[in-house]
Design a protein around this ligand. Structure first.
Ligand code: SF4
Length: 263
């Protein structure tokens, strides 16, 4: 099936999720290490062409709800029919932007609602801290007929990136605020997760784990593709991660495994 609105992941992105949704390209957090920079996309979010419809002589934007209903839904249904595991694996929001920016959030909301309607999980990753949005989303689910907290936990995964280096992420919410939003999400019974990628400094990443482990369900851990790391330090880091997270609720990405010769 040729996908138009849902993106099939390639390369390292596939270690997060097989499928993603990106309403926009570009992101205004201004991270110095941004992987989008190399793709010429380190700028405020621009809506993708797919959000516009051709009314005969001019392109007009669809509303998020129209887009979700008329464009996204048919593709989602077809994807489920061809690959039912997408329900459990989920759709990742987003690789090409942050899903909770002013420009993207309404599309994100519409897509989460549509995914939930077909029992497809939505996996979010953000560098914002937006408690009112977390409250809104939880309340939205709780008012749906036949949904309880278990359904909610299975259908939404809320994740934040933690590097511990605010100065490298000048326009994102500070790491401290992201941790607070994660803690808040946990108290509201969200499934929570942390992307420890890119690791800027091993000790700082350990600090991030220590400060978030009581309210984080799982971690994904990866390196910066353009940074050099010492293998001995990586091995020591791994040992300490295993100590801090004895239940094994973490996954090292291939970039890390390659450094320590595990792949
Ligand atoms: S949050 Fe992600 S996409 Fe946005 S600037 Fe930072 S690294 Fe780039």
């Amino acid at each position: 099936m040729k996908l138009k609105f849902i993106t099939k992941s390639k390369g390292a992105a596939g270690e997060y999720s097989e499928y993603s949704f990106n309403s926009h390209t570009g992101c205004s957090h201004g991270c110095r290490y941004c992987y989008l920079k190399g793709m010429g996309m380190n700028h405020p979010p621009k809506p993708k062409k797919m959000l516009y419809v051709d009314n005969g002589w001019i392109l007009i934007p669809t509303t998020p709800l129209e887009f979700a209903r008329d464009c996204y839904r048919p593709e989602l249904k077809q994807l489920i029919a061809e690959n039912p595991t997408v329900k459990e694996k989920g759709i990742f929001l987003s690789f090409a932007t942050d899903p909770l920016l002013l420009q993207t959030i309404e599309y994100t909301n519409a897509i989460i609602k549509m995914n939930a309607r077909y029992d497809v999980k939505s996996v979010l990753l953000t560098k914002t801290s937006n408690k009112s949005w977390l409250i809104w989303l939880r309340d939205y689910f709780m008012t749906l007929p036949n949904y309880d907290y278990e359904d909610f936990k299975n259908l939404i995964e809320y994740g934040v990136t933690l590097t511990g280096f605010d100065e490298l992420e000048p326009d994102a919410a500070p790491n401290r605020e992201r941790k607070k939003s994660l803690q808040f999400a946990k108290t509201r019974k969200f499934t929570t997760w942390v992307s420890l990628e890119p690791i800027i400094d091993f000790n700082k990443s350990l600090e991030m784990i220590e400060q978030s482990k009581d309210f984080t369900d799982y971690y994904k851990i990866g390196l910066h593709s353009r940074k050099k790391y010492a293998r001995t330090e990586a091995l020591e880091f791994k040992r300490k991660v295993e100590e801090l997270l004895p239940t094994g609720n973490f996954e090292f990405k291939n970039s890390f495994k390659k450094l320590i010769d595990e792949v």
